[in-house]
Design a protein around this ligand. Structure first.
Ligand code: PEP
Ligand code: MN
Length: 262
């Protein structure tokens, strides 16, 4: 069924932020936490441009086992330092059910990646905590399967679920994935869960990130999660889709003008 357990509404993230209440939340930061310098420089930059959440992966779900796997718990420590420095709440991916219990009290939002959307032990573990969960759509998952994954978390007792459309697989490799924007208003008509869009993984190309960000907000998305790197050409992961700090600042200006117009 397409129904998810109610009642739902804005998700309280804490630190004065709630997602889904009418204002737009922009989560921004590097794909991966790589070093203290990289994270702090990027975090300070996105904070001064008006981001409301800092993103950064410490446990990375890489398709290739020889690719950079993330800094793990050391990356979490750096995120905590960047939160202290900037005041921004943090979102980071959790891959293992065993990591949920210790990570949940430390971070502000736990991300479930596209490759984990149907990791049922992980979803059940997330149902047992009250930390907000950013649930990415599986790259080959239907809306029905996505909402049933959300239901695992909601039914477990955690009502703080934020959905994230990040593009799905199609026949066309000219973009990394195919951004399925029509499901933003669709899912908002089916549930009262906040929906955010990830234009970075959806397109894989930095020049497509701003137009798709604006389109997502025009379609009614409650926010965005955008990859930003202080030196994208040196990124260990997802550099080609990462905005540099001036480009992110330009995007934030365009977002505020769009929101004034809507
Ligand atoms: C990410 O956010 O860096 C990520 C791995 O995203 P996805 O799970 O959507 O590929
Ligand atoms: Mn990434």
């Amino acid at each position: 069924s397409l129904e998810v357990s109610g009642p739902q509404g804005p998700v309280e993230v804490g630190r004065g932020l709630s997602i889904g209440g009418g204002s737009v939340a922009v989560m921004a930061g590097p794909c991966s936490v790589e070093s203290r310098e990289q994270l702090l420089e990027t975090a300070r930059g996105v904070a001064s441009s008006g981001a409301s959440v800092l993103r950064g992966g410490a446990f990375k779900p890489r398709s290739n086992p020889y690719s950079f796997q993330g800094l793990g718990s050391q990356g979490i420590d750096l995120l905590l330092e960047a939160r202290e420095d900037t005041g921004l709440p943090i979102v980071t991916e959790v891959m293992s059910p065993e990591d949920v219990e210790w990570l949940a009290p430390q971070v502000d939002i736990l991300q479930v990646g596209t490759r984990s959307m149907q990791n049922f032990p992980l979803l059940k573990a997330l149902g047992r905590v009250d930390t907000p969960v950013l649930l990415k759509r599986g790259m080959a998952s239907t809306v029905d399967e996505w909402l049933q994954a959300a239901e695992y978390i909601l039914a477990g007792g955690n009502s703080r679920v934020i959905l994230c459309e990040r593009g799905i697989r199609s026949f066309d490799k000219s973009t990394r994935n195919t951004l399925d924007l029509s499901i933003v208003p669709l899912v908002k008509s089916l549930t009262h869960l906040p929906v955010v869009v990830d234009p970075s993984h959806a397109t894989g190309k930095r020049h497509l990130v701003a137009p798709m960000s604006l389109a997502a907000l025009a379609a009614g998305a409650d926010g965005l999660i955008v990859e930003v790197h202080s030196r994208p050409e040196e990124a260990l992961c997802d550099g080609p889709q990462s905005l540099d700090l001036p480009a992110f600042d330009g995007l934030m200006n365009r977002i505020s003008r769009l929101m004034d117009a809507l």
